[in-house]
Design a protein around this ligand. Structure first.
Ligand SMILES: C[S@@+](CC[C@H](N)C(=O)[O-])C[C@H]1O[C@@H](n2cnc3c(N)ncnc32)[C@H](O)[C@@H]1O
Ligand code: SF4
Length: 496
């Protein structure tokens, strides 16, 4: 529960109150802060005695959680989407989820049915993984790993802690993947899989179930038949396929070699080939899925992660809603898991995902590899062929417009922001521009125009907390938008 103290309250704390439906408290708090923004006061005064927004769009707390116990990895796959292609410790020198951080996460995950341990780096690097698994002895537990650190002793430790599922990531021979396509890596990997089966036999155990996670690209596409066959012969029960995403260099540019091997320029061909081959192997009794879906489709919405899972990396509070790029506004830990889960940002996400057409979804969702692979690859193609943005000039223009607004030269600022919107902008900056335009609309009393601006700001950056708070207040003043019906959420079909 958020507490208001007698000390000066910060703007962030006021925003937290608003997003947790405590508008009357926020108004009282703002009145004690002399320099609080005029726009925020105006909105709070009008919104304080109006009804909450989307109180009906709450959801039961999830049962499936992904937890990342390690932030290190020495394997350095060139395709790595977690930053280890650049540095073995890309997270500011942090190495593992500590037992202390685990205790902080525990209240959020203790009633779960499923704990999936994955990444951020190499999962088995964590010296605390055994301890965490012990706490989850009554849950369905899964570990995703490259398999490099899987020795007889390590496997014994996992089996003693009743690990239910071991998911090994391996792509066959591709220079950008695990082992860089080296034959000795591949040989070693199959031996690890054989070791798992041997130990299960020795200990007369049916677990851990074995899954193979294959990241598919142009180079290994033709190896799928051979990989499936080898996997099936060695008792792999489930193959999870996922098209390779294009990662970035430290400076933000796409990694050229990974882009060239991805489906960016050949998605349709890759998709039909994979669907056909997956059907063929399903007929032979192998369980094959695309992430969690039966077919690789052009689009699969609404997203089944929303309303079903949360991801705890331990690197940031709060947890993430998905393994892609969608972020929610930062909230203090004291908010508590269940209040956070049904706070306004989550209710608004449900409104967009289950009650609105796809074009209204956050930009990150519209271009997500898991749910809109064709569009994701299209954006990669566009980015690869686009001229490099002159960010220095763009940021200068943005600063000039913000300065004009700060000095109350609203007409000048408005014109400058509108001109920026006409050009090519980074998404976060576009979101900022919409927010400034919305704030000036509030000051002019143009609430409907302000509402549209804040909605646009959030579409471009779903973590923009101030835009969330302002939109919430404007919705209270104007009345929450009507919607016809809520589509049922998509069930999460993974693992039982
Ligand atoms: C970042 S790894 C962390 C866990 C562990 N180190 C491993 O490799 O399994 C998590 C998953 O992301 C997959 N992965 C890595 N880079 C990827 C990419 N560019 N596209 C799609 N999946 C990728 C890996 O194959 C693995 O299954
Ligand atoms: S093993 Fe996993 S974490 Fe390490 S570089 Fe490869 S994909 Fe990234």
């Amino acid at each position: 529960m958020l507490q208001i103290t007698a000390q000066a309250i910060t703007e962030q704390e006021i925003l937290n109150l608003i997003l947790n439906d405590r508008v009357a408290d926020a108004l009282r708090a703002v009145e004690g802060v002399e320099e609080s923004a005029h726009s925020l006061r105006t909105l709070l005064k009008q919104a304080a005695h109006r009804p909450d927004v989307f109180p009906e769009l709450t959801a039961p707390y999830p049962t499936h959680f992904a937890i990342s116990p390690s932030y290190t990895c020495n394997i350095a796959c060139e395709m790595c989407n977690a930053g280890f292609h650049i540095d073995p410790q890309p997270y500011g020198g942090r190495d593992f989820l500590s037992p202390q951080s685990w205790e902080e996460i525990l209240p959020w995950i203790k009633d779960a049915t499923h704990w999936c341990f994955v990444g951020v780096g190499e999962t088995l690097d964590s010296p605390y993984l055994n301890e965490f698994l012990e706490k989850g002895i009554d849950k369905y537990t899964l570990v995703t790993t490259s398999g490099v650190g899987l020795t007889r002793r390590r496997l014994g430790e996992l089996m003693n802690r009743k690990l239910d599922c071991l998911q090994i990531s391996f792509e066959g021979d591709t220079v950008v993947g695990h082992g860089s396509g080296r034959p000795e890596y591949s040989q070693n990997l199959w031996e690890k899989i054989e070791l798992v089966q041997e130990m299960k036999q020795e200990l007369a155990s049916t677990t851990p179930h074995l899954e193979l996670h294959i990241t598919v690209n142009l180079e290994n596409l033709s190896q799928m038949n051979a990989l499936f066959e080898k996997a099936m012969l060695r008792g792999v029960e489930h193959i999870v396929l996922f098209p390779m995403s294009v990662n970035r260099e430290a400076g933000g540019a796409l990694v050229e070699a990974v882009y060239r091997q991805s489906f960016a320029e050949n998605y349709e061909g890759g998709r039909s080939f994979l669907n056909e081959i997956a059907d063929r192997w399903r007929a032979k009794g192998l369980h094959v899925s695309f992430n969690e879906y039966q077919k690789l489709k052009e689009a699969t919405t609404p997203c089944s992660y929303v309303d079903n899972t949360l991801l705890f990396s331990g690197l940031n509070v709060p947890p993430k809603v998905c393994c892609g790029s969608l972020d929610m506004p930062h909230m203090p830990e004291e908010t508590g898991a269940k209040a956070y889960w049904n706070s306004f940002p989550f209710r608004y996400l449900r409104y967009l995902m289950f009650c609105q057409p796809e074009q209204r979804q956050p930009r990150d969702c519209q271009e997500c590899l898991a749910t809109h692979p064709a569009r994701y690859f299209e954006t990669m193609r566009e980015e690869m062929s686009a001229d490099t943005l002159d960010t220095v000039t763009i940021y200068d223009l943005y600063r000039e417009a913000s300065e004009a607004k700060r000095k109350l030269r609203y007409e000048e600022a408005r014109l400058q922001f509108l001109m920026l919107l006409d050009g090519n902008l980074p998404d976060n900056l576009r979101s900022g521009v919409w927010f400034h335009l919305g704030e000036m609309d509030v000051l002019r009393g143009e609430m409907e125009a302000a509402r549209d601006c804040f909605e646009n700001a959030l579409r471009e950056n779903f973590a923009h907390k101030k835009a969330f708070a302002f939109l919430y207040l404007v919705y209270r003043i104007l009345g929450a938008p009507d919607y016809q019906e809520r589509q049922p959420k998509t069930p999460l079909r993974i693992r039982s």
